[in-house]
Ligand binder design. Structure first.
Ligand SMILES: NC(=O)c1ccc[n+]([C@@H]2O[C@H](COP(=O)([O-])OP(=O)(O)OC[C@H]3O[C@@H](n4cnc5c(N)ncnc54)[C@H](O)[C@@H]3O)[C@@H](O)[C@H]2O)c1
Length: 423
């Protein structure tokens, strides 16, 4: 790449490339599993000639995934799954140092974002062979547009729960035209990314935005799925009293058995100092909840879309006005003078107010992504259109490599017929 002109791009400032390169190298140091895959890809070139389009958070960790795919022989273009998570220096480094077509600027408008998605699908050399999504925007848009956007597509991967909901809807309507690997549902991904990654980084975002002390405060977690479970665990570890709100009786039971208070959101509204939504559903905290909250309550969302807090309703009841009180905190003053503080405009708080999942967590997610792309290419034409699980062997291999990187060894399972079973 050195000396050659940069590829087509839309990034904030190519002058930031040096800082971005440092940030990427720092993350690489915590991504040993991906490094192992990158070495093998460089030797075997399993992605030679493959065009990959990615709509992922444009962060240092993603840059390491992109470099792994490049090393395997792919051409990669990248736009951002969230305008607030873009690391402009990383975007610059990928363009200037790696020759990647990046179309992402921190804070870009939704119109610019939509244009970037379309540009990636209409690459001059033909549409992508593989799409990598975090929220399904590339894949869903490709299906809406059809034509060139779909013509070359041999498969896709999806990184998050909300994206899979959209993709399964397409599948249910009989419209899904390619195999999609549900990276998000791999066992290693669930355990590390959704649970430990979201758990730590959502709280990190809340603390960075507000500087709140978690110890001694009551934190209300709405949604006790994999991600909510992680936030609850970490909040308890930080000394907060945790209340869980759920609509699924089994999940609610799990939360109760884990020792949390469980109650309806209307009741929790009066008790919480900090509220975190993490459901994947719309308007889980609404007007009736806001109206009961204490003065000074903090509202954050860790779900994928900024729809979990009903922001229209919040604006409607803010008779005393809305003002920005810190870079990532907007204060809504209710008619009686109570103040509710919205963090990161209700967007996914660990990305909008912090750095997303730690690199050590994304190591596993992106190892799964890289191996899933390889699998889609290797089995081109064999997999039926539909959502496919990450193959068990691949999931176990990533778990094994991560353990190895952590210096942990475990026993081998007993061989068939060994005398460990009873009867
Ligand atoms: N911030 C991140 O980095 C991150 C990481 C992983 C997942 N996510 C997002 O977080 C959301 C949840 O993901 P997950 O993997 O935990 O999903 P999940 O399906 O495992 O859990 C969601 C839970 O929310 C509950 N729920 C739904 N509506 C509710 C309501 N009105 N009140 C109370 N509970 C309700 C469901 O019963 C379910 O138990 C999704 O939008 C996902 O994309 C974000």
């Amino acid at each position: 790449m050195a000396g050659s002109p940069p590829p087509a791009h839309d990034v904030a400032d190519l002058g930031l490339a040096g800082d971005g390169a440092e940030r990427i190298a720092w993350a690489a140091g915590q991504m040993p599993v991906l490094a192992r895959i990158r070495e093998r890809f460089a030797a075997q070139r399993p992605l030679e000639g493959v065009r990959v389009a990615c709509c992922l958070h444009v962060t240092a960790e993603t840059a390491n995934l992109v470099r792994t795919l490049l090393g395997g022989g792919a051409t990669v273009a990248l736009c951002s799954a969230n305008p607030l998570s873009v690391q402009d220096d990383v975007a610059a480094a990928l363009v200037a140092r790696d020759g990647v077509e990046v179309r992402a600027r921190r804070g870009e408008s939704l119109d610019d974002y939509a244009a970037h998605v379309l540009t990636l699908l209409a690459a001059p050399a033909g549409g992508p062979h593989v799409t990598l999504d975090d929220g399904a925007d590339l894949l869903v848009t490709a299906h809406v547009r059809g034509g060139d956007a779909l013509a070359a597509l041999l498969g896709a991967t999806e990184e998050t729960t909300t994206g899979l909901v959209r993709i399964r809807r397409l599948e249910g309507e009989g419209k899904l035209r390619c195999p999609v690997v549900a990276v998000n549902e791999a066992r290693t991904e669930r355990a590390l990314n959704d649970r430990h990654g979201t758990g730590q980084s959502a709280l990190d975002g809340i603390v960075r935005a507000s500087n709140v002390l978690l110890a001694g405060n009551t934190i209300v977690i709405v949604g006790y799925g994999w991600a909510g479970m992680g936030v609850a665990e970490r909040a308890r570890g930080a000394g907060a009293a945790v209340i869980v709100c759920e609509i699924d009786p089994l999940r609610a039971l799990e939360a109760r058995m884990a020792g949390y208070e469980v109650m309806p959101a209307l009741q929790a509204a009066e008790r919480g100092d900090v509220f975190v939504t993490v459901t994947g559903a719309r308007a889980v905290l609404r007007r009736e909840h806001f109206e009961r909250m204490k003065d000074g309550a903090l509202l954050a969302n860790a779900g994928h879309f900024d729809v979990e807090l009903d922001l229209e309703a919040l604006a409607e009841i803010a008779a005393g006005g809305v003002r920005s009180v810190r870079p990532l905190v907007d204060e809504y003053v209710l008619g009686d003078g109570r103040r509710l503080n919205l963090l990161a405009r209700g967007r996914v708080v660990n990305l909008a107010a912090a750095e997303g999942h730690p690199a050590a967590v994304m190591d596993v997610s992106f190892a799964l992504q890289a191996l899933s792309v390889e699998e889609l290419v290797r089995r081109r034409g064999e997999l039926s259109p539909g959502v496919h699980a990450v193959p068990e062997a691949l999931d176990r291999e990533v778990g094994r490599l991560k353990l190895e990187a952590l210096g942990v060894t475990i026993d081998e399972p007993p061989s068939e017929g060994a005398a460990t079973s009873i009867g």
